[in-house]
Ligand binder design. Structure first.
Ligand code: PMT
Length: 222
């Protein structure tokens, strides 16, 4: 891993889960711990970048040597990302497990227990990564893909549908992905792909940043 490859580059990384309120005491969320995103932010800093980490709720300590913005919901994460883009960002890495849906109308008061079934209408959440990728000017965009099947095909489709330069896909489950210390990544970009074999998230984050730096500099090949 060579340090300095991202010197002078301004990087925004999102990490962790989001929480979407159902009522004042309940929320919808997911199993993301933030470990992968924090490791990516640290690897970018090690490579010489100036890093802003935008994190959903996690139990992890703030990494040293970078700015950190803590958010709770996907809407707050979108606002925080847009604020960073407004003040210049060269590279956006979307590691967060952002909600796809949120309760349409969070209840103002705690929902009381009842004996009948309860339905919870959900509405789609803005896709932060896709909206950043559609911007003009826009940073170099890296997304993640959490998949339970057909990793390569799903990653290729996701890269094109989101309009991003690189997708880091992980097959979740079996001790990898969400809330694990280890992971395995399949990197997919236009005209190339590479498997990063099972390793700690810290090691994988360094390899990912190395690949990003290569593509960012315009020298990316298979
Ligand atoms: O946090 P850990 O416990 O370490 O786990 C790491 C991880 C498994 C969460 C991480 O490696 C990972 O895969 N992150 C992306 C999870 C995810 O939401 O994947 P997705 O396939 O649903 O989303 C695809 C991409 O769109 C992601 O870059 C995501 O950040 C982005 N997205 C999704 C929904 C949304 N509303 N806005 C987004 O920006």
């Amino acid at each position: 891993f060579s340090t300095g490859r991202l010197a002078g580059i301004r990087v925004v990384v999102t990490a962790g889960p989001t929480r979407e309120a159902i009522d004042p005491v309940r929320y919808l969320s997911n199993r993301s711990s933030g470990k992968m995103g924090y490791a990516v932010a640290e690897a970018a800093r090690e490579a010489g970048a100036s890093v802003v980490l935008i994190s959903g709720p996690t139990t992890l300590d703030a990494p040293a040597g970078m700015d950190m913005v803590r958010v709770e919901s996907a809407a707050e994460m979108l606002d925080a990302v847009q604020a960073q883009l407004a003040s210049a960002c060269d590279l956006f890495i979307s590691t967060a497990a952002v909600a796809d849906y949120r309760p349409a109308t969070p209840a103002i008061h705690k929902i009381k227990r009842q004996m009948e079934a309860l339905s919870l209408p959900l509405q789609p959440v803005t896709d932060i990564l896709a909206s950043v990728a559609q911007g003009n000017p826009r940073p170099f965009c890296v997304g993640f893909a959490a998949e339970t099947e057909n990793l390569l095909v799903s990653a290729q489709k996701k890269r094109i549908s989101k309009g991003v330069e690189l997708i880091a896909a992980n097959q979740v489950g079996g001790g990898l992905g969400f809330d694990a210390d280890d992971n395995e990544l399949l990197l997919v970009w236009e005209g190339g792909s590479k498997t990063l074999e099972r390793a700690s998230k810290i090691r994988l984050a360094r390899q990912l940043v190395e690949q990003i730096a290569e593509l960012y500099a315009g020298g990316g090949t298979t």
